[in-house]
Design a protein around this ligand. Structure first.
Ligand code: ZN
Length: 204
């Protein structure tokens, strides 16, 4: 039973209320460490997001694969792959690959940076929206081995043009790095940090 004079922290994993003076200890129900705000979470998030930003251009500027075609090597970036799919009238596939491999990773990095800045400047604006976006990013992250799945779909589809040999391009490791770094950055982030500035403001 809860003692109403006492301050509680919700376990970040299972929601169990744990007395505030036990912060940093294991949750009695699920054994996750209980924190008011995950320590260092915002800085860690930004460190991984920055690394993701760094890799992002390499993933799109360099070829994802090379085809050896009619005696010459031809490189395909993700974007030229999407264009090829459009030319071949695989519009749905083109849209999925465009979203999963270009738009979503960018939106993830962009949102995490927005959250980071908000926490740093103690912004109390759009907190519900930011929290909802964070939840969305996390949900996408769960089934977003879609990002990785994209690569595996992408490569075989490129063979439509009937070729002899395919080589993996320099963009592939950069792309996988973007996927993994954004996933780690998202996991580190603690959305409660967004609300800290609001909770510190005087309320009646
Ligand atoms: Zn718990």
């Amino acid at each position: 039973s809860l003692d109403l004079d006492q301050e509680y922290i919700g376990c970040g994993h299972c929601g169990m209320p744990v007395a505030a003076h036990q912060e940093g200890q294991a949750c009695p129900r699920c054994a996750a460490k209980v924190w008011r705000y995950k320590p260092q979470s915002t800085m860690r998030t930004m460190a991984f997001a920055l690394a993701g930003f760094f890799c992002y251009p390499f993933a799109y500027l360099y070829p994802m694969e090379y085809n050896y075609q009619i005696g010459k090597m031809e490189g395909y970036t993700i974007m030229t792959g999407v264009m090829k799919l459009i030319d071949a009238h695989f519009l749905l596939f083109a849209a999925i690959i465009f979203m999963a491999s270009i738009v979503i990773p960018f939106l993830k990095l962009f949102s995490l940076s927005w959250f980071f800045i908000s926490v740093r400047i103690h912004s109390v604006k759009q907190l519900r929206l930011k929290t909802a976006i964070y939840r969305l990013i996390k949900t996408i992250g769960r089934w977003s081995h879609v990002d990785v799945f994209t690569v595996t779909v992408f490569l075989p589809l490129m063979h439509l043009s009937g070729l002899l040999a395919v080589y993996v391009g320099d963009a592939l490791p950069a792309f996988l790095a973007v996927v993994v770094l954004t996933m780690i950055a998202t996991e580190f982030f603690d959305p409660r940090a967004l609300w800290a500035a609001y909770l510190m403001e005087p309320h009646e």
